[in-house]
Design a protein around this ligand. Structure first.
Ligand SMILES: Cc1ncc(C[n+]2csc(CCOP(=O)(O)OP(=O)(O)O)c2C)c(N)n1
Ligand SMILES: CC(=O)[C@@H](O)[C@H](O)COP(=O)(O)O
Ligand SMILES: [Mg+2]
Length: 638
């Protein structure tokens, strides 16, 4: 052990080039300081803690060996990139993580040249790195491409599509498999078991076998003496893995917290690789912070916490009450109907299906990070006579869209999509916004699309979906807590395609789809003070539309305003299409559609993001005044 340097090593590093002058001992100190800085920063911002702590040594080693930003280090998902941000010129802003105008919680191209590829959805890194490698060889940007992908992210089809292509193209490319034996929840599936066998199984084969494999990619000491090599190779596999069969040189597993091993292996592969190499690194999620190590699932994402005790100042973000209402309602339905089954794609806690799994372990399926498969698997379950609820975040359902169209909708299979995190989600920002599902689902023939206006409505929508047995259906609800309405004892199936009038009013009707209803009602109160209380209705369904309700509202009001927590092309567009087809516009109806703006909104609180989107109560009030051409009672707008 060397003494700790008097000047903290981290203070000497602003950009990765500064690492080049550090000794290996310095690099070890740097890793310790980087870990402490990461814990300190996340304790005040909240965010993804465990994944970053697990890759502290790997981050230092990659930046010490490779030459970013010329070399492209691509972090899969990007939730583990806080140490990377600290080392790449962003230490001074690290305590703005995930906040308005602050650093993103993920890698983001517009934020830094050291983030060559943006992420937040998983399993894209190998494809992107391969793209960089091929571009380089065709005369594009110079430099190496390094994908760092977790064992959880390795459960997605995209990762295999990329490995398959990379093995075929044989380009110099590095894939670091960061194996911490955790996804958000414990990882699932045969691949996860395979990775475990790679290091938990038989001791390393004969040195002879090593010589036939990727021994030239192992550190020189390894090749120099049989004794040293044997020692280094203990527990390591060279050759013969699935990755080798796919055309990669496989090196590992190595201890991802042992800087000597990391530096040795990375320097050697850096100097010698000519084709694709997969380096299997074993790490521990939450490494170095006992509360996160003890509970890697809870340590995945945390609120602000005490950096000494780990005690969270706010509840962890993974179990918002809409999610719990969904889970409890589904359990209640499943108690009555043994055909109901549930599917999650690696988000059992986030979707609430952990509760369902506790009650019905045989009827709940975590398929890993595999949304496409989750959808088609659900389609198969439905075709086989079950009643599947496929519970996905809106943003992740995007990945399974062709499966929704081709496997579910065209076959008219009764898959029920429980779409959580609908609308703007806050700190995760634009990548996680549930902005598009209403548009991309409502345009599918035959599907039923619902949005809950509050948590009681959600209970009824779960019951409605359970009852819809002849076609696909979907219901959406936001991240976070409900509005505190009385809860029904039991969900009652709603009449399909029927909305409800909440309160009658005057010249303007507001037709709300989803949880903006609460803001609409606040706006109504303010407008009532001006004698302009609008009629307010809750559409409940974007498909099929409540034609009668909409045409009635149009006929009896001077103006109709729709509002939804979704992008253009969704509910409002469906309503506009109906009004156009019915010739309503020909008779002078004023129509406005309040949707998310045609921009990606960066992270902030959901309230602030909705303010940016122009969809909070004051803006709804302003919209009503605007459509009437009024700024104050009796006064015409200029
Ligand atoms: C397509 C997609 N589905 C789900 C998620 C949610 N998610 C974020 S991180 C994560 C687990 C990733 O596990 P792993 O790759 O092993 O990384 P670790 O957190 O263990 O470092 C999941 C499921 C996501 N980001 N993208
Ligand atoms: C990185 C990722 O995709 C997840 O960890 C996500 O941040 C979870 O979001 P919730 O907190 O809304 O469950
Ligand atoms: Mg993992």
């Amino acid at each position: 052990m060397t003494d700790r340097p008097k000047t903290p090593t981290l203070d000497r590093v602003t950009v990765p080039a500064d690492l080049k002058s550090l000794t290996d001992a310095d690099l070890r100190h740097l890793a310790d300081e980087l870990r402490a800085e990461t814990i300190s920063a996340v304790s005040v911002t909240g965010g993804h803690l465990g994944a970053g702590l697990g890759v502290v040594e790997l981050t230092v080693a990659l930046h010490a060996v490779f030459d970013a930003p010329r070399d492209k280090i691509i972090w899969d998902v990007g939730h583990q990139c806080y140490p990377h941000k600290i080392l790449t010129g962003r230490r001074d802003r690290i305590r703005t993580l995930r906040q308005k105008s602050g650093l993103s919680g993920f890698t983001k191209r517009s934020e830094s040249p050291y983030d060559p590829f943006g992420a937040a959805h998983s399993s894209t890194s190998i494809s992107a790195a391969l793209g960089f490698a091929v571009a380089r060889d065709l005369g594009g940007d110079a430099g190496d491409a390094i994908a760092v992908i977790g064992d959880g992210a390795m459960s997605a089809g995209m990762a295999y599509e990329a490995l398959n292509n990379a093995g075929h193209l044989k380009k110099r490319l590095f894939v670091v498999l960061n194996d911490n034996e955790m996804s958000i929840a414990p990882p699932v599936g045969a691949m996860s078991a395979y990775l475990s066998r790679l290091y938990a199984g038989a001791p390393f084969q004969e040195l002879k076998a090593a010589a036939k494999g990727a021994v030239s990619l192992l550190p020189p000491p390894f090749q120099e003496g049989a004794r040293r090599a044997k020692e280094m190779l203990k527990g390591m596999t060279v050759g013969g893995t699935m990755f080798e069969e796919l055309g990669f040189s496989y090196v590992g597993p190595i201890d991802g917290h042992d800087m000597d091993q990391l530096l040795g292996v990375l320097r050697t592969v850096h100097d010698r690789a000519t084709g694709p190499v997969l380096i299997h690194v074993l790490t521990r999620k939450g490494k170095g912070f006992a509360p996160a190590e003890r509970s890697p699932d809870k340590g995945h994402a945390t609120g602000k916490f005490d950096p000494v005790t780990g005690e969270q100042k706010k509840a962890a973000s993974n179990a918002p009450s809409y999610t719990k209402v969904f889970a409890r309602s589904l359990i209640a339905e499943a108690e009555r109907d043994d055909k109901i089954v549930a599917v999650t794609a690696a988000m059992p806690d986030g979707t609430g299906l952990n509760l369902f799994a506790e009650r019905f372990p045989r009827r709940c399926f975590d398929v890993g990070i595999a949304e496409q498969h989750a959808v088609t698997f659900s389609a198969g379950l439905a075709a086989g006579g079950m009643k599947p609820f496929c519970a996905l975040y809106s943003t992740f359902l995007q990945r399974g869209y062709d499966q929704v169209v081709h496997d579910v909708a065209i076959q008219r299979l009764p898959v029920r999509f429980a779409i959580d995190r609908a609308g703007l989600v806050g700190a995760d920002g634009a990548t996680h916004a549930g902005a598009f599902d209403v548009a991309y689902l409502s345009n599918l023939p035959g599907i039923v699309v619902m949005a809950a206006a509050d948590e009681a409505e959600l209970v009824h929508m779960v019951a409605t979906a359970a009852a819809i047995d002849d076609r696909p259906s979907a219901f959406r609800y936001p991240r976070g807590e409900g509005v505190g309405v009385d809860m029904p004892e039991r969900g009652q199936p709603l009449e399909i395609g029927k909305g409800r009038v909440i309160s009658e009013g005057g010249r303007v009707a507001i037709l709300s789809f989803g949880t903006r209803l609460a803001e609409v009602l606040k706006a109504r109160e303010a407008l009532a003070q001006r004698g302009l209380a609008p009629t307010v209705a809750d559409a409940r369904f974007a498909k099929p539309l409540d034609r009668d309700l909409i045409l009635q509202l149009a006929a009896h009001h001077e103006a109709l305003i729709t509002i939804e927590e979704g992008a253009i092309g969704g509910f409002g567009s469906q309503v506009a299409q109906l009004l156009a087809e019915e010739g309503v516009f020909d008779h002078g109806l004023k129509f406005r559609s309040m949707v998310l703006p045609d921009t990606f909104i960066d992270q902030s609180s959901p309230e602030d993001m909705y303010a940016t989107a122009g969809m909070n109560a004051p803006q709804i009030e302003a919209k009503v005044l605007d459509v009437l051409g009024v700024t104050r009672i009796g006064e015409k707008r200029a």
